[in-house]
Every structure is written in structure tokens, then in C-alpha cells.
Design a protein around this ligand. Structure first.
Ligand SMILES: C[S@@+](CC[C@H](N)C(=O)[O-])C[C@H]1O[C@@H](n2cnc3c(N)ncnc32)[C@H](O)[C@@H]1O
Length: 268
């Protein structure tokens, strides 16, 4: 894994630019004079680093295991079959579940770069993903240390909502994709159907933070989850923002009664 301190096991060097990858990642992670976006990013990184040991357990518990199906649907949309030997970016990869979902598909013969700025999340992911063609890279989604047009496709699962600047994060994804490559964004949203919305909000704002705090022992991470979802753009606006940074053929669908939205698009 390429860490903030430079232990580099990354082999797919073609995705990096001419500067040393270690230098780039170090520059990205050592931000100290913090304007608000950077302060938010630092808080998010601390939070995920802290809940990392319980993250997978809570994901599966709080979603009743449906999170696995959501990730399967995301990979189904990626169109990796057109370039099965390609290099794919899983941005904000966390504990690498989406990376693994892609890497283990029968017929996949490429590489997945699982990129995240919370080192403890990646460490847990690495333990789970040994034997799969996955390279874990510690990097900031707002300033990706990869060359322009170097990936054959990209996913971002439950990550873009946490990125301090949405347009910069989407713009970075656009920059690193090859022309024609697909982006798939999996993210929480809120259900539109009123009776379900009421039940869902009770679960999301009361039950989930309670269980999340109990299991993770983190005071605020699982209250932050519903707050951040409510602040995040609804699917039509997210689709417009994807188009705004240059993606074409953008589409989206709601999953599981509208609690999750799957967006896709193509770099022109
Ligand atoms: C909710 S987790 C999702 C992890 C994984 N994709 C999944 O499907 O479970 C969000 C991840 O986004 C990462 N993240 C948030 N902002 C980031 C940024 N600016 N750069 C890199 N990673 C970021 C966090 O560290 C965290 O691991």
C-alpha cells in the first residue's frame, strides 16, 4: 500500500504523473493551514480512521446486508467487460468492499486502485483483499495523485457525500478517466414516497445513530451520517453536477425504495 509515510507497494505506476507519487501523497495529506474545506476533510478523515475497526460490521448490520447488493448493482453499471484488463479506480474506497466486488468478478483481469485518505480503513481493506488484483493507495479525492486519462473506469461508493468540495471531487474523477470511460456513483439519498419516508426517517435519525454509537463507540459518526445525507444534493441535482464537470450520458436510478441512488456517466 502507498501510505502517507511512503511505504509503497503500488505497481501500476502508469497512473501516476511525473512527480514522485510519495511526494504527491505527502503533499496532499499534510495540510495544516486549513480553510474550511480542508478542515472538513480533516474531520472526515479522523472520523473514518477512528470508526474503521467497526465500519464493515456496522455497514452490514445497519443495512441488513443490503449494502452488498448495492455494490453489486454499482459494479454491474461500470461496463468493465469492455476493458477487462484495464485499470479501474475505486475512489473513497474505505475498506475496499467495492474494489473487491469488481476484482472478483469472473473474467476481470485488470487492476483496481482502491484510493482513500483514511489509512486505517485501507489497512482493514488490505487484510480482506489479499489475493485480489487491488492496490490500496492513500490519497485525497480532492487532489488525486494520478495522471490525467489514466483509468478505464471509476466507482465511488458512499464517498462523494463526504468529500469536502463536490465539484472538485467530481472534476478530479473526470480528469483521471480516459475518454469514453464510465463513472459510477453510489450514494445515499432520501425516499420520496411519504409513508416510507416517515418510517425511514425514524430509523435513519433515531435507531441508526443509537446502534452506530453503541457499536462504534464514536460519539458523532453515526449522527453525521443522516445529517450529511440530508445536506447532500438529491439525485437530479447530482446528475446535473456530474454533467457540470463534463460527464455525458448521465443517468440515475433509485434503489431499495429510494434510500440509495445509483448514478452513472461517461467521460466524453
Ligand atoms: C462511507 S465510506 C465508504 C467506503 C466504501 N466506498 C464503501 O462502499 O463502504 C466513505 C469513505 O470516503 C473517504 N473519504 C472521504 N473524503 C475523502 C477524500 N477527500 N479523499 C479520500 N477519501 C475520502 C473516507 O475516508 C471513507 O473511507
Amino acid at each position: 500500500m502507498l501510505t502517507p509515510h511512503g511505504t509503497d507497494s503500488f505497481r501500476a505506476n502508469s497512473v501516476f504523473g511525473s512527480s514522485s507519487p510519495k511526494a504527491i501523497v505527502a503533499m496532499t495529506l499534510r495540510s495544516s493551514a486549513l480553510p474550511s474545506d480542508e478542515e472538513k476533510a480533516a474531520q472526515v478523515r479522523r472520523m473514518f480512521s477512528s470508526i474503521a475497526p467497526r465500519y464493515d460490521l456496522l455497514n452490514h448490520l445497519l443495512s441488513m446486508n443490503v449494502d452488498r447488493w448495492w455494490r453489486r448493482k454499482a459494479v454491474d453499471r461500470l461496463g468493465w467487460e469492455r476493458e477487462p484488463t484495464g485499470t479501474y479506480l475505486d475512489n473513497c474506497a474505505g475498506t475496499l468492499d467495492l474494489s473487491i466486488e469488481l476484482a472478483r468478478r469472473p473474467g476481470f483481469a485488470g487492476t483496481v486502485v482502491g484510493s482513500d485518505f483514511a489509512f486505517p480503513m485501507l489497512r482493514i481493506g488490505e487484510e480482506k483483499s489479499s489475493g485480489h488484483p487491488i492496490e490500496a493507495i492513500c490519497a485525497d479525492a480532492l487532489s488525486l495523485p494520478y495522471r490525467a486519462e489514466s483509468f478505464d473506469g471509476a466507482t465511488i461508493g458512499f464517498g462523494i457525500r463526504n468529500v469536502a468540495n463536490l465539484d472538485t471531487g467530481l472534476g478530479e474523477l473526470h480528469r483521471v478517466l480516459r475518454p469514453g470511460a464510465r463513472i459510477v456513483v453510489l450514494e445515499f439519498t432520501t425516499p420520496a414516497w411519504k409513508p416510507f419516508r416517515a418510517i425511514y426517517f425514524y430509523y435513519f435519525q433515531r435507531v441508526l445513530p443509537f446502534i452506530g454509537k453503541l457499536v462504534s463507540k464514536h460519539g458523532s459518526a453515526y449522527s453525521y451520517l443522516p445529517e450529511s445525507v440530508l445536506r447532500f444534493p438529491e439525485p437530479p441535482e447530482l446528475a446535473a453536477r456530474l454533467e457540470g464537470v463534463g460527464f455525458v450520458d448521465v443517468g440515475w436510478t433509485r434503489l431499495s425504495g429510494g434510500i440509495v441512488a445509483l448514478h452513472w456517466g461517461r467521460r466524453s
